[in-house]
Ligand binder design. Structure first.
Ligand code: G1P
Length: 295
């Protein structure tokens, strides 16, 4: 039974059409939240969960992702020369926090297809998939908990969160039964982006998954589905036919930066948590709220 998970796969090949014009000439994964590119939050979350082998699925126009996690001798030299030691350490730490790998998805054929690009790198190991549109609060232990469930049961595990029924058509959606453990369910059915009237529940798939290598065989059997794409959700559906797939249900600590409002909320809340800018920003927001007649 697989017990440890070492590798994470971060699909980052999408065109980012929901984030135009910011994503026109730069990857949406590089759009900063406060002062860090979105993908750095995801990599830091992986590292907190002891995943230090990270494969990013990229594509055309995504070279800056590789540069961001690489050493930058000219910049480092300049920071050293100027005595900016804190910044220097920070830049070096970004390049050293994990072993980064990159593989390109030549054609955008869907999330399932993107994850399938990881097959050779993953081999027979269990692995995590982390979607960059979901940013988790630093205190969130969702990924650790999912890995622990995988360690106990050997099952694939999908992160789930209740959403308002009006929002379910933006997500994968499951029908599930209790698994006899806190926060844990067994997934019986999963559908990608159902119309609200067809949704089996309001439990939505969030962008964190832990899979057995068996996922790749399941992906082989997936035909184009929702949006004409090879959907990861459909591969999970095939897995549920042969084995137990768990859902880990959580409530707090997730930001959806894949849409503009979610991005704004994430920026404000994460800025408030920061030690450097947080206190002054809080005072500014209080003053703004008064000025706007919100309080
Ligand atoms: C993807 C998945 C969907 C999941 C969502 C979570 O959709 O296909 O099942 O609920 O991520 O963010 P996307 O948002 O990439 O369209």
């Amino acid at each position: 039974m697989p017990t440890s998970v070492r590798k994470a796969v971060i699909p980052a090949a999408g065109l980012g059409t929901r984030f135009l014009p910011a994503s026109k000439a730069q990857p949406k994964e590089m759009v900063p939240v406060v002062d860090k590119p979105a993908i750095q939050y995801v990599v830091e979350e992986a590292v907190r969960a002891s995943l230090t082998d990270i494969l990013v699925i990229t594509g055309r126009g995504k070279r800056s992702l590789e540069d961001h996690f690489d050493r930058t001798p000219e910049l480092e030299w300049e920071l050293e020369r100027k005595g900016k030691h804190a910044e220097l350490k920070q830049m070096q730490a970004i390049a050293e926090m994990a072993v980064m790998h990159f593989v390109r998805q030549a054609q955008a054929k869907g999330l399932g297809h993107a994850v399938g690009m990881a097959r050779q790198h993953i081999g027979e190991e269990s692995f995590a998939v982390m979607l960059g549109d979901d940013v988790m609060d630093e205190k969130s232990r969702v990924l650790e908990e999912m890995i622990a469930v995988h360690g106990r049961h050997g099952s694939s595990v999908v992160a789930l969160k209740k959403v308002d029924p009006s929002e379910i058509s933006s997500y994968g959606c499951v029908r599930a039964e209790p698994a006899g453990e806190d926060n844990l369910v067994v997934i019986k059915e999963i559908v990608e982006k159902p119309a609200p009237e067809n949704a089996p529940s309001n439990l939505a798939v969030m962008g964190r998954y832990v899979f057995n290598a068996g996922l790749f065989q399941a992906l082989d059997g997936v035909r184009p589905g929702s949006g004409g794409e090879i959907q990861l959700t459909d591969a999970i559906g095939l897995l549920t036919e042969d084995e137990t797939v768990h859902g880990y249900v959580f409530e707090k600590g997730r930001y959806d930066i894949g849409n503009k409002l979610g991005y704004l909320i994430a920026t404000v809340e994460l800025a408030l948590e920061r030690e450097d800018v947080g206190p002054e920003f809080r005072a500014f927001l209080a003053e703004l709220a008064r000025r706007e007649g919100l309080v």
